[in-house]
Ligand binder design. Sequence first.
Ligand SMILES: Nc1nc2c(c(=O)[nH]1)N[C@H]1C(S)=C(S)[C@@H](COP(=O)(O)OP(=O)(O)OC[C@H]3O[C@@H](n4cnc5c(=O)[nH]c(N)nc54)[C@H](O)[C@@H]3O)O[C@H]1N2
Ligand SMILES: Nc1nc2c(c(=O)[nH]1)N[C@H]1C(S)=C(S)[C@@H](COP(=O)(O)OP(=O)(O)OC[C@H]3O[C@@H](n4cnc5c(=O)[nH]c(N)nc54)[C@H](O)[C@@H]3O)O[C@H]1N2
Ligand code: SF4
Ligand SMILES: [Mo]
Length: 713
Amino acid sequence: MTSAEVSVEATDGETTILKSVCRSCHGGCGTLLHVRGGELIKVEGDPDSPLNRGRLCPIGTVTRDLVYHPDRLKYPMRRVGKRGSGQWDRITWDEALDEIATRLGRIKEEYGPESIALGTGTGRHHIRWVSRFGHALGTPNWAEPGFAQCFHPRVNTCILTMGEYPVCDFTGDVPAETIMYWGHNPVNSGPDGETRFNARDSLAQAKNIIVVDPRETELAKRADIWLQVRPGADDALGLAMLNVIIGEKLYDEDFVSRWTHGFDALAAHVGQYSPEWAEPITWVAAGKIRAAARLFAKTKPALLEWGCAIEHTPKCIQTIRALSMLPVLTGNIEIPGGWVFGMKGIGRFPSLIELLSPEANAKRLGGQQFKLLGGEGADLPAAHIPTLLQAMREGKPYPVKAFLVFGNNTLTTYANSSLVYESLMKLDFMVNADLFMTPTAELADIVLPAASWPELDQIAGLPTIAANVVLGQQKSVRVHECKADEEIFTELARRMNLPGCTEPVRDVLDSQLKGLGITFEELTKKGFVKVPFKYGKHEEKGFKTPTGKIELYSTRLEQMGYAPLPYYEEPPESPISAPETAKDFPLVLTTGGRIPFYFNSEHRQLPKLRKARRDPQAEIHPDTAARFGIESGDWMWIETKRGRMKQKAKLTTGIDARVINAEHAWWFPDEEGPEYGVWKSNVNLLTNSEPPYDPAMGTYQLRALLCRIGKAE
Ligand SMILES: Nc1nc2c(c(=O)[nH]1)N[C@H]1C(S)=C(S)[C@@H](COP(=O)(O)OP(=O)(O)OC[C@H]3O[C@@H](n4cnc5c(=O)[nH]c(N)nc54)[C@H](O)[C@@H]3O)O[C@H]1N2
Ligand SMILES: Nc1nc2c(c(=O)[nH]1)N[C@H]1C(S)=C(S)[C@@H](COP(=O)(O)OP(=O)(O)OC[C@H]3O[C@@H](n4cnc5c(=O)[nH]c(N)nc54)[C@H](O)[C@@H]3O)O[C@H]1N2
Ligand code: SF4
Ligand SMILES: [Mo]
């Protein structure tokens, strides 16, 4: 086992320097927290950390401003006026926890535990604690807006078909020769579970770059081949690349014959998807599709870096299936510089799922229908958001009466915000724990002040799932009456006499670190542990699938009643699938491309970041703008069948004249509460949570929609 060279708590005069890990995004950057007199005075990147080597992104850099922001929630509060009226009274933690325990107890008794739902946000330090508390409470209903839409579709699909979730080998010695970035812009975002700095460094080392993106991002400008795909046509493009790789025999014959199942079936199946077939669907020239497939297949190691854009339309699982086969057919699995499986430095999290009876499990909303989200095909089963919201609104299939939100601004990040608002207003009881008052928290009965990352103990394993590097996050300062989410769950569980979730947080962390032979205390001294890496792990025992091979033809998906081979399907609201709608809404809308200054709906309170992006921006081609009388910097309406909102026009030739790109998760903490401008520029007023959904994952439509635009006065 290797570990950080410098083990600290080093002191410098009266300043203590504590090693920790930034969690302001999905996390992972090692940090040094300078603390003096109980106050955080400086935050630096840890030069020893293999994930960021001393660097911090703009968000990490302003951590001090986040921790001590005057608008932080400082103590628990109880709503005094009617729901959403914005009137609050300060209460004590005892009063808050007692009231929550009592009201949940009553709801549980009258309607059953499943009528209590929990919500959280992406990749949070406490994400698994939310479902754990739910399991202790007896409810299978917890949700996260990224679960059916972000990362977990990839995780669950790969576990079923490859046995594990593959990650890019960024911390090894061999750089990838070719990297293909698909619906993913790590220069801005940082991949799910990797840190953005790893991704950037690998970019600098790669000889060839392929980018699949409807927008000409900085990454696309640097690419050798940029495929300007029509939003939502990724499945067609992926299938056409498989067609080329198989048709031209560019695959790794040895790897395919030894380690894959169902190649012949796949080969026969993708024969229909030629680049010429794909050209009118994808808007990418057949010759370019061929060139990209050849470049990817003929260089080694070749990496696929994929992002959430492929998970924001309802055919997400089949798109993931098609794309995942590109590195597989070309033999880029478990080799240095390729896609690798993790060393799993963190032990099993005590999720307490065993506390849910089979009957309780079967009640998970949407779980029976969407088996990869909430049933047997899910790594961590979660409820289906549209089904959950329907249960709040209509009491069907059974009523959901309470919603406990720990770190999600529901009105900004769930699809179809108007419907979300309507649903939340129907609740009997809502609790919201957050760092700040948000338009969503304003709808709650009780608001709890959550601790930010330097105020709490946790462990982080990076990349997520793989946990090749394990980092310690330590409580370094205390602010106001803020409490870590984990502690809130523990205290509530004790007060409610629940059958689990009552032990001290550090005991859980210690239990997860047992396999590493280290305690949490020791880990925080070191900062991080890098688990020695091994390639070719399948050589010993095969892949953890029913056939022991990577299943190109998926026996598990087939068994669950889903398609065993990937296929093409139009997004439900596209110029091809909905030509009638397209007459009124002629442009294709995509949303949510990440910007470096904000993490989803967060950080707009922080002046240094807000200066970098004052207002929401929507990208539009100059010809289209001219057609609608829109000039650069104008506020512009964007409207779909669900609603309309406005963002500022950014004119660029780097987007197709038929496409609009709008930013996501906007609200304005500087505008008046309780709404804080949440209905002004919120892109999820436009998105769709109605069916059809991905048949296996329940994914709804955040991108690839039809819209129209106009100049806003
Ligand atoms: N700074 C910052 N970092 C973040 C976040 C943040 O909000 N801010 N969010 C975090 C979260 S939750 C996630 S999931 C990740 C997401 O990070 P990424 O996976 O990088 O996702 P996006 O930036 O949303 O989209 C990536 C690219 O996909 C393109 N795109 C849009 N529609 C399509 C399409 O239909 N097909 C294809 N092929 N491409 C398309 C966009 O133009 C964009 O350039 O970032 C995480 N990191
Ligand atoms: N249209 C559109 N919608 C999207 C996307 C898109 O690209 N387009 N992206 C989707 C994706 S990929 C994802 S993952 C989701 C993201 O959705 P979420 O991850 O749920 O993000 P937010 O809604 O911004 O909620 C985060 C909230 O948690 C609070 N918070 C931060 N740290 C803590 C903490 O430690 N404890 C507690 N209790 N609260 C904390 C923040 O202040 C903020 O209010 O959005 C999805 N929505
Ligand atoms: S990339 Fe994420 S973990 Fe790293 S400094 Fe930025 S916000 Fe923190
Ligand atoms: Mo996400």
